[in-house]
Write a protein that binds this ligand. Structure first.
Ligand SMILES: Cc1cc2nc3c(=O)[nH]c(=O)nc-3n(C[C@H](O)[C@H](O)[C@H](O)COP(=O)(O)OP(=O)(O)OC[C@H]3O[C@@H](n4cnc5c(N)ncnc54)[C@H](O)[C@@H]3O)c2cc1C
Length: 372
């Protein structure tokens, strides 16, 4: 039987960032992963490190995202020095494009409210069409303007995943592709994790299995009422530099391909693609950058977001099973640095980061009073 101080169940971006944080603090960590048959948001996402617009209902989420965004460059550099893998992280600011004056006005009102709610920590500028054209010279005529924030950036999520896992290995941790974990049971003060091919004995356990947390959490006194939400993405052939900062729906990768997204579809566990949705995504992208009209799409895919009922993250310690925690979110690229640098220390015994206090499952259990 393999033994470790910490078993992190799930080798996606959330589990790998947490495992990296723990391993780099000197803890003995194993990532326990189901392998290629599982749903994996971390291998199908858009790669934004994004703050603007997030946390309208819970401003601490905006602050948590800003904490992560501000730690991202240092994490990226640390991983590059340690592992030789560069994440292609850039933080040139990002824009959300608007296609009418009404959209622009409503966006400005939302972001002003967010700035107020974060005591002006979140900052942004509104750009009209001409100002936007200075940033993106080939912007389409039908784009009315945009919101811009210096907090935003992007990275290659596959390189990030590889770097985090290589970093875990560098610090003596391991990635164990043991098949699907079906059962977690107590063994004195430790836990026995029953994987498909192997059993692991761990002092502490972090559930970071994405949508797989739904089945694992109730075994250890936790609740993870997650639902899949599909996003489809198209990728073009490599192009000349056209877009030197990311937008919410369109970004140019380090290699020159253009990524176009993002749909939000409630289709259960179907991670395929649908031509009408892909066509809508492509049409919107061509309106933003007309040069895309003559560019070939070389690949498209669907992937499932890991969504809580309100879209905010879930971080919680089990009361019935000391040393067991759950962590999941739908912005695992953005939050990777906070997960590695701020969340992992909490699992190892430090104070919980103040920003995560609203994000337990208790918020899903609030009873609506029945009128008398
Ligand atoms: C289309 C799309 C676009 C996105 N764009 C962005 C973006 O621009 N920026 C951003 O920040 N985020 C984005 N996201 C969200 C981001 O990808 C996710 O938040 C993140 O990948 C979630 O990582 P995870 O590790 O929790 O889950 P996953 O990547 O799903 O990984 C879960 C892991 O757990 C393993 N597992 C599951 N069940 C078990 C089990 N029982 N036993 C063992 N192992 C198990 C799986 O093998 C898998 O490796 C996007 C997501 C999608 C789908």
């Amino acid at each position: 039987m393999q033994q470790c101080d910490f078993a992190v169940i799930g080798g996606g971006l959330v589990g790998s960032a947490i495992a990296y944080g723990l391993a780099s603090q000197g803890h003995q960590v194993s990532i326990v992963d189901e392998g290629d048959v599982s749903y994996r948001a971390s291998r199908g996402n858009f790669g934004l490190v994004w703050v603007q617009g997030k946390g309208q209902e819970i401003p601490l989420y905006s602050q948590w995202s800003m904490r992560s965004a501000s730690l991202w460059s240092a994490l990226s550099q640390e991983l590059a020095e340690l592992t030789g893998v560069t994440t292609q992280h850039h933080n040139p600011g990002g824009v959300h494009l608007c296609y009418s004056q009404a959209e622009l006005t409503s966006r400005e009102a939302d972001l002003k409210a967010l700035a107020r709610a974060t005591n002006q920590q979140f900052q942004f500028n509104m750009l009209d069409h001409d100002q936007l054209r200075e940033l993106i010279p080939e912007i389409g005529e039908s784009v009315t303007g945009a919101s811009w924030s210096s907090w935003d950036g992007h990275a290659n999520p596959l390189y990030l995943l590889r770097a985090l896992q290589a970093g875990v290995g560098f610090h003596g941790g391991s990635l164990l592709p043991v098949g699907r974990v079906k059962r977690i049971r107590r063994n004195g003060e430790s836990y026995i994790i029953e994987g498909g091919q192997e059993t692991i004995l761990a002092g502490r356990v972090i559930l970071a299995a994405g949508l797989g947390n739904r089945e694992l959490a109730p075994q250890v006194g936790l609740d993870a009422p997650l639902v899949p939400n599909r996003g489809e993405i198209l990728v073009t052939e490599r192009m000349r530099p056209l877009l030197n900062l990311p937008t919410t729906y369109l970004r140019q990768t380090g290699e020159g391909s253009m990524l176009m997204g993002d749909s939000h579809e409630d289709v259960g566990f179907n991670d395929g693609t649908e031509t009408p949705i892909l066509a809508q995504i492509a049409q919107r992208a061509v309106r933003a950058l007309p040069a895309l009209a003559t560019t070939r799409v070389v690949r498209s895919w669907g992937a499932l977001r890991v969504m809580t009922p309100d879209g905010y993250p879930l971080y919680q310690a089990s009361e019935s099973h000391p040393g067991v925690f759950v962590a999941c979110c739908h912005s695992g690229v953005t939050l990777a640095a906070a997960h590695a640098k701020c969340l992992a220390p909490w699992f190892a015994g430090a104070e919980a980061p103040a920003e995560i206090s609203p994000f337990t499952a208790e918020r899903f259990h609030v009873q609506t009073p029945v009128p008398a």
